[in-house]
Every structure is written in structure tokens, then in C-alpha cells.
Ligand binder design. Structure first.
Ligand code: NAP
Length: 351
């Protein structure tokens, strides 16, 4: 199979360069075009402030960055790592011009005819693309992955949703600085500090979670019926979002069943042979002080693509549970999430 040609929109940013990095040896996709805003017209090697190991891929250093318009791009499909307000205008233009758009941006995630997918959790939601194309008359389409804290959260909740009726979930996050993009927060605002507010993040976790964990019925998603209350905090770590979760269920919760559900969770993505989906999307840590951000954010057979859970213990009564979950925000929570979604779309014949 020849590789599909990919364009990365917003290729100089924190997520865009992570996508470029993760695609450097990809078996199905090859980067053919890069776009940005102010950096358009420059060599990628000059314009990008590269933050990752291995340096800028040699074959892309001299590639001239295109403007983010459909006529400037030659590709089979595009990844969007654009700021949301920019994606609002640019993503539909690409979809209308016939490009499948696989987006990390929040602009279209909650539109009823736009799929919001974590391939291990709700791969069947790809069928929303058919509804979207019929509604909008586009040759292309927009498919999205959730916010970085939500991706890790739903991967941790899905094994539990499979064995119990979740009624309420409270989550408190400790989120990395890289979640704010590059250059992110000024160092004087975050070093030695915790900021108990991330604009829009709590609302995203509360709404996106119920869409991803909802069921597809009659061509639309019926949201999961439980409620989520999120408290989001920015902490001085570079990468990795840690989440302390308190969950309530209608049934009594057996902690052994919870641990078995985490251990046994596979999801359908690995069955489909998606190259970026890890063997174990959820890894249960049994030590009393794990997972830890610095030690566990790169967990998994595909580094950074597994969510680590641990500290599984009872809540206030037999209907409640406490645990923590950790995921890499720019890998599983953004670039890798989008790449597995594109792999799912390819496997299902949408690319
Ligand atoms: N960081 C995370 O952990 C994370 C996780 C999940 C989702 N996301 C989402 O992913 C998207 C990208 O986030 P990021 O953290 O990578 O942001 P970022 O570091 O600020 O990068 C933004 C990118 O968009 C380009 N851009 C800015 N304005 C533009 C315009 N008017 N036209 C075309 N391109 C423009 C920038 O190019 P220039 O070089 O020209 O400025 C840059 O390449 C956002 O929607 C964000 O919410 C981020």
C-alpha cells in the first residue's frame, strides 16, 4: 500500500510538531505539506521552535510552509492543529474543498453531526460522517478528537462504564504547561505555582465526556446520562495531565471487578490493527504512589499512548470509587489521538 499524503495545518505549534514527529516513520501516512499562519513562506527548519527529541525530520527541514488554504495544499487528508478560533473558519473550507479534516481543535467537537472519537472507546461514531456529509453537502468532512484532559479521562472511564451504571463523576486535574501550546504560560506565572483555572477546560471535560461515552442512535449521538463535575488546575510540569477521579455508581462497586476491568480493557482499535493504538490502552499500576507524571507519562507499547491508572480505592460508601489517571497531553491527548483517529478512518474506508 502506498502511503497517504498528509498535510499538517498549524505544523509549527506544540501539537503540530508532535504530529510531524509521530509521523516520521508511520507505515500508512507520510507528511507532504505543512501549513501555519505567520510562519507561512519560511523553511520549516527555520520557522519551527522544535521542542522534541531527534530534531526536525531531515526530509522536512527545507520544506517551505504553505498558507493554511485548501488551494495551497496537496494531500489526501489533513490534520488540523490550529487554534480553535482559526479552525472555525479554516476547517470547513478544507472539508468543502473535499479534504477529510482530522482535527485537534475544539471548534466543531460538539456539533451534532461531527464525530468526537477516541478509537478505543467509540469507534462506531465514525458513522456520523455520513450524516455530516448529507447535512452539509461537503465532499470532505471534519472528524475530531477530544480535549487533552478528556481523552485520558474517557479512556479511564470506559472500562468502568462497561461494568457499572455510572451516575456521577467528580474529577480534579493537574495539567501540564504544554497543554497551553507554545510558548504557553509566562514562567513567572507558573514556576513554583499552581493556577486553579484553565479557561473553558472544565466545560469541555463535562460535555465532551458525555458525547464520547454516548451511544449512536438514528444517525446522532445520545449523550451518556451521568453528570461530570470538573476542577481543572495548571501545575508546573512540562508534559502529562494527572487526574484525581471520584465516581459514583447505581450498583455497589466491587474493587476487584474494577481492577479486572482496567486490566482487561482492550477497545476495538487494537483489534483493527491500528499502528498507533497501544496493546494496552489502560495500564493499571498497583504501587501505592503510582502513576506519577514524570515516571509514567510515556507508558505503553507506543510511548505516551496508554493511560495509567492507580490508587484504586473506595469512596465514601459502597457505591463510590476513587482512583487517579495519567496521560500524556500532547501524545495521547492530542497528536497521537488524532493519528489513531486517522488510522481508524483509513481502516473504515473514510480516507
Ligand atoms: N497543547 C495541547 O496539549 C493540546 C491538546 C489537545 C488539543 N489542543 C488543541 O490543538 C490546537 C493546537 O494547539 P497547540 O497547543 O499546538 O497551539 P500552538 O502551539 O499555539 O500552535 C498553533 C499553530 O497554529 C498556527 N496558527 C496560528 N494562527 C494561525 C492562523 N491565523 N492561520 C493559520 N495558522 C495559524 C501557528 O503557526 P505560526 O507559526 O504561524 O504562529 C501554529 O503552527 C488548539 O486548537 C488546541 O486547543 C492542544
Amino acid at each position: 500500500m502506498s502511503k497517504k499524503k498528509v498535510a499538517v495545518l498549524g505544523a509549527t505549534g506544540a501539537v503540530g510538531q508532535r504530529i510531524v514527529h509521530m509521523l516520521r516513520n508511520h507505515p500508512w501516512f507520510g507528511v507532504a505539506s505543512l501549513t501555519a499562519g505567520r510562519s507561512a513562506g519560511k523553511r520549516y527548519g527555520d520557522a519551527v521552535k522544535w521542542l522534541l527529541p531527534d530534531g526536525v525530520p531531515e526530509n522536512l527541514k527545507d520544506l517551505v510552509i504553505n498558507p493554511s488554504t485548501p488551494d495551497a495544499v496537496d494531500a489526501d487528508f489533513v490534520f488540523s492543529a490550529l487554534p480553535s478560533n482559526v479552525a472555525q473558519e479554516i476547517e470547513p473550507a478544507f472539508a468543502e474543498a473535499g479534504f477529510p479534516v482530522v482535527s485537534n481543535a475544539s471548534a466543531y467537537r460538539m456539533e451534532p453531526d461531527v464525530p468526537l472519537i477516541v478509537p478505543e472507546v467509540n469507534p462506531d461514531h465514525v458513522k456520523l460522517i455520513d450524516t455530516q456529509k448529507a447535512n452539509r453537502g461537503w465532499d470532505g468532512f471534519i472528524a475530531t478528537d477530544p480535549n487533552c484532559s478528556t481523552i485520558n479521562f474517557v479512556l479511564a472511564l470506559k472500562p468502568l462504564q462497561d461494568i457499572m451504571t455510572i451516575s456521577r463523576v467528580f474529577v480534579t486535574t493537574m495539567q501540564a504547561i504544554s497543554g497551553a501550546g507554545y510558548p504557553g504560560l509566562p514562567s513567572l506565572d507558573i514556576l513554583g505555582n499552581v493556577v486553579p483555572y484553565i479557561g473553558g477546560e472544565e466545560e469541555k471535560m463535562q460535555t465532551e465526556t458525555c458525547k464520547v461515552l454516548g451511544v449512536l442512535e438514528g444517525g446522532l449521538v445520545k449523550d451518556a446520562s451521568f453528570k461530570v463535575a470538573a476542577s481543572c488546575n495548571r501545575v508546573p510540569v512540562v508534559d502529562g495531565h494527572l487526574e484525581a477521579i471520584y465516581l459514583e455508581s447505581s450498583e455497589k462497586i466491587n474493587l476487584d471487578d474494577v481492577e479486572a476491568a482496567f486490566r482487561g480493557f482492550k477497545g476495538k482499535a487494537h483489534e483493527l490493527g491500528l499502528p498507533t493504538s497501544p496493546e494496552k490502552p489502560v495500564i493499571l499500576r498497583e504501587e501505592e504512589d503510582r502513576p506519577q507524571t514524570r515516571l509514567d507519562r510515556l507508558a505503553g507499547s507506543v510511548p505516551g499512548m496508554s493511560v495509567s491508572v492507580g490508587r484504586v480505592r473506595r469512596g465514601l460508601d459502597e457505591h463510590s470509587l476513587r482512583f487517579v489517571a495519567l496521560g500524556h497531553n500532547t501524545i495521547r491527548g492530542a497528536a497521537g489521538g488524532a493519528i489513531t483517529l486517522a488510522e481508524l478512518l483509513a481502516a473504515e474506508g473514510y480516507l
